[in-house]
Design a protein. Structure first.
Lengths: 952, 534
């Protein structure tokens, strides 16, 4: 029996389809199935218990009963066999003693005085002798032969002549012959099928001269058996070699039973000298018989003797023993059953209560409590269960609270990212933080000119829960400036459990009215891994009331994330301010773009809101994290061209002035050719501006050729002019065109070339600005494409490559030190939620980038596999540790340092892939970590998605 | 689940085995004892287990298991075979015997058998100054070995025995002379008879006098190990009880079976009667020192007058053979003489007539026929036999007066030569014919307390007997003894009557029961048939 898998109380699954964020239920995969069959389970448990206990009682009882029966019966049987053996020994002894006695009688009779005399005197004397002697002789047949072997006397003593009719001997009998050689002998002889005991003794006179032979014979028949039966506690059977035995069995009327026949093989065994013991059933009853052979004097078997013991008492004892055992065994079973039922009830009801409790909890009823008394393991289990339920409930509540905070912060993040105005951003940051974390004080400082300026603050009065006026809040925040400075410089979050008690910061905290838990975080926009260019844009400080709960690790995580976003927003705003200040025209364009950005942000916010409605709030968090990352990239991307524009613009006024001056000079010095020169300048300048700048070597060579040409054309200052022209990238043809344009005013060549230089500069600047703006446009376009603002949040057929490229473009900045290899296969367009899928790519690429710590090779492969499109993002980073691999898609699971990741990314990515009916998996060995996403094609996607929704 | 079921099955099995083991333990044991043990019921127990002191039959019987001599008899015969000596030589003058001892033999007490032990065994008998001298108890053996002058150990494996004159019967005598452990004798002294230590195939394990004695197979025995592990000799005084125990199987062998019971044993399907010709003879001696039967015709007449068959059949219950000479047929020197005296009353009367006519026999005299009233091993019903002989002699004209006396008086009368005719007998002490013929017929033994009660003094026989003693070659001795037997048959100093048979009753499952000429089962060869199918 394997115990049911203990339900894992921690998996968190959002309710499918439109459930409100923050409502969770705990569930397991197995319990719902169990809930369908609780009565069956209970019954089975009880039955099992009863069965086990009954079996436990029954088996020993059965074994003991069987063995006891066997022992009793064996012993009875053995005893009976033994008794039969003994009776047979005694019976044999009695028979042989009778034979011996007959011999004694014969010797006594033969030795009796007067017999030899009587023999010589004839029959009357013999009769006389017999009359005198026979009185003490038992029933027997007496035969007397004279010394010649003639039978002289033949009498049956004791009457019953019929019995002795066949027992006698003839004169030529070996017995008689032996007697005539003085041999005394007793033996058992066969006469027909009857046994006769016979004794012979010579009759001698004093000189041992033979006078005759005396033979006594007695049949070993039923009467004989009767005679010895009295000394036995058994019936006697005796008979000849045919196995037909005369018996002493008596019927109720006292008549002897018929002769009994013994089985041939038993007879043979007995004759062979064994003692045969058998059960034998007669009409008169059931007997145990033992038989053995009777031998004659020459050790030849002549017949058998047997005893028969009544088996009735044995049968009665057997019945009694079996009955007693059955009754005893039955009693034991009943007793065991009663005990088993009692105990199964005692054990079963607490288990059932536990069971009901487990089912209740599995249904989400965390208020259920199990009441099991008894102080045994079951009650321990119940209290542990209750404790577990309580903990679950608590955890659920805490999780819900945490979710609410996250949601609030996301809202804040969205709000913050939607504004560009620095003050507004600051205020929103502070408001959002204060609202979310139930703060006494929230303050934001921004770095301006290397120092901190209190940008926004919110505070409550310490005595009552009323918000302070903005100025008072700012004043309170000012008190914490020292802490903020410390954090800015250290670039490390500061967390104080009780700020008021802190030796260093206590005073400042108390002064600020935030003596409780306090956290100050830098809004650090430094590039990850690059500590040489610290870029702290501000410091956010939050403090709680004196006795409020301290900031947890999770709070800190949230705050950090939020600080990242806030930093991005602040930086964005700062950037915006910078760009606006650069050029009116550009500012306009930038404003336009910023407006577009705002629109995008608004759009994004809307999309996020939609997402929030359709997905777990966690998605938002990641989305925002991704967005933050994106915004940072975007900012950088925009920043570079903006800087280029500004650089270009800086030189414009001087160049324009110079152009104007050259123009004036040219007009003044060579009015006739001014127009030609101007034409020349206008035609050549754009060409030169587009031309790549020549190398020094080329430039010198060209300069020499041009100089020669100019000398030939009598142009003044030919060397300088040639050098300038060559530096601009001019050719011989350009020099000839110049000579042509100069016409007669060869002296103005220098001014013309100077003017050309300025023109080319202007054109180049224009080109640069155009290029920079193009770049900005591209970024914005990519952003737009990424966010898919122009599309409905529906599933549309899209090119996966496009999404990947967009993502790569947006992350260009983060990937600047990474070689990106693309192995794109020929894949069809597949129906996807483009923006969500882009988030997946962002997440995977960002993960890869972080795993490689910014350096390495990122490979992106696409291929088709059946109906599926397969995308693999492969990095050559250190790999995912084996123990982490199974959990990598779990929510809140992160291996990144705190602040770098929410731990939600891959979980959300997977969920998105799931939503597409696709599969996401990860394989990792050092130097090769593959995240594979499989998305079903048009033909199967719908069906799969449908099936999944149905299953959920 | 599988493990639970497996465990349950294991538990049940163990439980069942446990209960079943109780069951088998509770089963009654019918095997009455160790099947490797043989139980022998004897009428009396042994007295002294020092074989040189021994006089009683049971001590000799058990002593034969514990001790060995330098030589021994081949089983069931009196032929001499190597024993503790592997071979021997006799010097040309016949006065020095050299025995080469068997190496690697141990006594039961763990000490080694060597020449020193042999010398010790002889010296405690022969040397009056020996610290362990046997004194009066050794009288009998001293007489048997009186020819020995000196026993010397040449080296640990060679012993020389010097005799005063060439004496061939020495070898037969040595077959029964036990070599004892000197260490044990020195340790126990007189009590050695209760703590015997020899080299025999069995060693003494327990001895509760008058109750039982147990010998155990000696594991370091040099020869073939006995088949039985133990032999228990129980004293069961009552003859009928011996038989009952034998019948019930609590005893395997029983000695001293009454003649009347023998028929019973023979008829019993579970019992067997084992018998062997005894090393004895019963005879009717004539007093040849008197004139009465000095004529050989009178002696021959008496011989023809006596029918030995009814004696054997009636007085010995058939457990004897009619004797035709002094030596039992089991003796190697036995010779059946041509001149025999069958039952022939007519010839007897004729011989009497002839003797009377010559004046060599007085028909009218009444001769004194002496007989013992006490039964002897060789003669169970002396009175009946005596009366029969009296009647038989009367038939041929030899009239006798029967004088019945208890054995000691009878013997004393005979030694004084009071008898004309006397019933007597002889049981051989050794397997050597010398022990019969020299003892019973040499003239040296016809004086004083000696065995030649016929007072037969024939120089020719004397010479033959002495020559036979001196002859070392058995063939030569056989020829010499044959001449003695022929001469004795001619001279007829007594009428040999019967050699008795020794009888032992045993159960049928006891196999290979062979009796020695002394009537003792040869225990080392006996085994029990395994119980067959029932």
């Amino acid at each position: 029996m394997t115990p049911p898998e203990p339900p894992n109380p921690f998996p968190v699954t959002p309710l499918p389809g439109g459930a409100r964020v923050g409502r969770f239920r705990l569930t397991t995969r197995k319990l719902p199935r169990l809930t369908n069959t609780p009565p069956k389970l209970r019954l089975r448990l009880r039955t099992k218990l009863v069965l086990a206990m009954v079996i436990a009682a029954l088996i020993p009882v059965l074994i003991v009963a069987l063995l006891a029966t066997r022992v009793i019966l064996t012993n009875l049987e053995t005893g009976l066999r033994d008794d039969a053996q003994r009776q047979l020994t005694v019976g044999l002894n009695l028979v042989l003693r009778a034979v011996e006695r007959l011999g004694d009688e014969t010797v006594q009779l033969a030795d009796s005085p007067n017999l030899s005399d009587a023999l010589s005197r004839g029959t009357p004397a013999l009769e006389q002798w017999l009359a005198k002697e026979s009185s003490h002789v038992p029933s027997t047949r007496l035969q007397l032969f004279d010394d010649t072997g003639k039978l002289v006397l033949d009498r049956t003593l004791g009457g019953a002549e019929a019995r002795f009719k066949n027992a006698g001997v003839m004169p030529d009998d070996p017995f008689v012959i032996a007697g005539r050689t003085w041999t005394r002998s007793v033996s058992i002889a066969q006469v027909g099928d009857q046994l006769v005991m016979r004794s012979v003794s010579p009759v001698v006179d004093a000189s041992l001269t033979l006078r005759g032979v005396l033979v006594l014979s007695t049949p070993l028949d039923g009467d004989f058996a009767d005679g010895i039966k009295g000394a036995l506690a058994a019936d006697v059977m005796i008979g000849g070699p045919s196995g037909r035995l005369a018996v002493t069995f008596r019927s109720g009327l006292g008549t002897r039973s018929e002769i009994v026949a013994i089985a041939a093989d038993d007879l043979a065994a007995a004759i062979a000298g064994q003692r045969v013991i058998r059960d034998l059933d007669f009409a008169t009853g059931q007997y145990k018989i033992a038989i053995t052979a009777l031998h004659d004097r020459g050790d030849r078997p002549v017949g058998v003797i047997g005893v028969a013991l009544d088996r009735e008492p044995l049968a009665a004892t057997k019945t009694l023993a079996v009955r007693t055992l059955i009754v005893g065994g039955g009693g034991a079973i009943v007793f065991a059953l009663v005990i088993a039922l009692f105990w199964s009830r005692r054990l079963g009801s607490p288990i059932a209560r536990l069971h009901r409790g487990a089912i209740a909890v599995s249904r989400g009823d965390l208020d259920h409590r199990i009441d099991v008394a008894g102080g045994d393991e079951l009650s321990d289990l119940a209290s542990a269960f209750n404790q577990m339920t309580g903990t679950l409930k608590e955890n659920q509540a805490r999780l819900a609270a945490r979710m609410r905070e996250i949601v609030a912060l996301h809202d804040a993040g969205r709000a913050v990212s939607s504004v560009i105005d620095l003050d507004l951003v600051s205020r929103k940051i502070v408001d959002a933080v204060a609202r979310t974390f139930d703060l006494q004080l929230a303050a934001l400082w921004l770095v301006e000119g290397g120092a901190l300026r209190t940008s926004a603050a919110r505070a409550r009065r310490t005595d009552v829960s009323i918000a302070l006026a903005a100025d008072d809040s700012l004043a309170a925040a000012d008190a914490l400036r020292s802490i903020a400075d410390h954090v800015r410089i250290g670039r490390v979050p500061l967390r104080l459990v009780r700020a008021g008690d802190d030796t260093e910061w206590g005073e400042a905290a108390r002064k600020a009215g935030a003596p409780g838990p306090l956290v100050a975080l830098p809004l650090d926009r430094s590039r990850p891994g690059d500590s040489r260019q610290p870029r702290v844009v501000g410091v956010l400080a939050v403090g709680r009331a004196q006795d409020a709960r301290e900031f947890s690790e999770a709070d800190l995580n949230l705050l950090t994330t939020f600080a990242d976003q806030a930093g991005a927003a602040v930086e964005n705003a700062l950037l915006y301010q910078e760009v606006r200040g650069a050029s009116e025209e550009l500012e306009k364009k930038v404003r336009l773009r910023t407006a577009e950005l705002t629109a995008i942000n608004t759009e994004l916010g809307r999309a996020l809101a939609d997402l929030r409605d359709t997905q777990a709030q966690l998605v938002l968090s990641e989305r925002m994290a991704g967005l933050g990352l994106l915004v940072a990239g975007v900012a950088h991307e925009i920043n570079s061209p903006t800087a280029a524009i500004r650089g270009s613009i800086d030189g414009l006024p001087a160049a324009l002035t110079r152009v104007a001056r050259h123009g004036a000079e040219l007009v003044a010095r060579a009015p006739s050719t001014a127009a030609a020169i101007t034409g020349y300048l206008e035609s050549l300048a754009p060409t030169l501006a587009e031309r790549p700048l020549p190398t020094t070597l080329t430039s010198r060579k060209t300069a020499r050729e041009i100089a020669a040409l100019l000398d030939a054309a009598k142009v003044e200052e030919s060397t300088i002019v040639a050098a300038d022209l060559a530096d601009l990238g001019g050719t011989i043809e350009d020099a000839q065109a110049l000579i042509a344009a100069l016409g007669d005013h060869r002296g103005t060549a220098r001014e013309a070339v100077s003017a050309l230089t300025d023109h080319v500069y202007l054109h180049r600047t224009a080109s640069t600005v155009r290029h920079a703006i193009g770049q900005i446009q591209r970024i914005v376009g990519a952003l737009k494409s990424y966010s898919h603002l122009d599309q409905e949040a529906t599933r549309i057929e899209a090119d996966v490559h496009e999404g990947l490229e967009t993502t790569l473009a947006l992350m260009h900045h983060a990937l600047r030190d990474i070689v990106v290899e693309r192995h794109y296969g020929n894949i069809p367009r597949v129906p996807v939620y483009v923006d969500e899928l882009n988030q997946v790519w962002t997440n995977l690429i960002s993960n890869a980038q972080q795993a490689m710590q910014g350096k390495g090779t990122l490979t992106i492969e696409t291929a088709t596999d059946g109906d599926h499109v397969v995308v693999r993002v492969i990095d050559d980073g250190p790999g995912v540790p084996a123990e982490v691999l199974p959990r990598i898609f779990e929510a809140f699971f992160t291996t990144k340092p705190k602040g770098e990741g929410t731990g939600l990314g891959l979980g959300i990515a997977r969920k998105i892939v799931d939503k597409h009916g696709g599969v996401m998996r990860c394989e990792s060995v050092p130097n090769r970590t593959v995240f594979e996403v499989r998305i079903p094609g048009a033909s199967t996607a719908g069906a799969e998605a449908g099936a999944r929704e149905g299953a959920a | 689940m599988g493990r639970t079921v497996g465990g349950a099955i294991l538990l049940v099995t163990v439980y069942a085995a446990l209960v079943a083991s109780c069951d088998s333990g509770a089963e009654p044991r019918y095997r009455r004892r160790d099947p490797g043990a043989l139980v022998v019921a004897q009428a009396t127990g042994p007295l002294k287990l020092d074989p040189v002191r021994v006089t009683d039959n049971e001590s000799i019987e058990i002593g034969a298991l514990l001790f060995e001599g330098l030589v021994r008899w081949k089983p069931g015969t009196t032929d001499v075979a190597p024993g503790l000596a592997t071979r021997w030589e006799v010097s040309s003058d016949g006065r020095r015997w050299r025995f080469f001892l068997r190496p690697g033999v141990q006594f039961h007490d763990g000490t080694d058998f060597d020449a020193e032990a042999v010398v010790f065994s002889f010296q405690r008998l022969l040397d009056p100054k020996h610290p362990n001298v046997l004194g009066d108890d050794g009288r009998y053996w001293r007489s048997l070995l009186k020819s020995i002058i000196k026993v010397t150990a040449i080296d640990p494996t060679i012993v020389d025995i010097e005799v005063s004159q060439p004496y061939a019967p020495l070898l037969g005598n040595l077959a029964m002379f036990a070599i004892v452990s000197p260490t044990a004798v020195r340790r126990w002294g007189e009590a050695f008879r209760d703590h015997p230590a020899g080299t025999g195939p069995f060693g003494l394990e327990t001895w509760i006098k008058g109750e039982h004695l147990i010998v155990r197979r000696f594991d370091r025995y040099w020869g073939k190990a006995a088949l039985l592990e133990r032999i228990v000799f129980r004293v069961v005084v009552d003859a009928r009880q011996r038989l009952v125990e034998l019948e019930s199987g609590s005893v395997d062998l029983a000695t001293s079976i009454l003649p009347d019971e023998q028929a019973y044993v023979e008829l019993h399907p579970d019992l067997l009667l084992h018998h062997t010709a005894g090393n004895d003879v019963s005879y009717l001696a004539f007093n040849m020192a008197k004139r009465t039967f000095s004529d050989v015709r009178a002696r021959r007449a008496a011989a023809h007058a006596i029918n030995k068959e009814p004696i054997v059949k009636l007085a010995y219950q058939g457990r004897a053979i009619a004797a035709d000479g002094p030596l039992p047929p089991s003796q190697w020197a036995y010779h059946r003489p041509k001149q025999r005296y069958g039952f022939d009353p007519a010839r007897a009367r004729q011989l009497v007539e002839e003797a009377v006519k010559d004046g060599a026999f007085d028909r009218n005299a009444i001769y004194k026929l002496y007989a013992m009233s006490t039964p002897r091993p060789y003669l169970a019903q002396p009175e009946r036999v005596a009366r029969f002989i009296q009647a038989a002699l009367d038939q041929v004209g030899i009239r006798t007066e029967l004088i019945m006396q208890p054995y000691p008086e009878h013997r004393a009368s005979l030694e004084r030569g009071e008898h004309d005719l006397a019933l007597f007998g002889w049981i051989g002490d050794t397997g050597d014919p010398d022990n019969f013929l020299f003892v019973l017929f040499h003239s040296d033994n016809s004086y004083g307390a000696a065995q030649n009660l016929a007072f037969y003094r024939e120089p020719a026989v004397d010479k033959l007997l002495i020559d036979a003693q001196a002859a070392s070659d058995e063939g030569a001795r056989t020829r010499l003894y044959r001449q003695v037997q022929v001469k004795i048959a001619e001279d007829l100093p007594w009428v040999p009557i019967a050699h008795s048979e020794y009888v032992v009753a045993g159960r049928t499952e006891i196999k290979n029961v062979v009796l020695s000429p002394l009537g003792h089962p040869i225990y080392a060869a006996i085994y029990r048939r395994p119980p067959g199918p029932q």
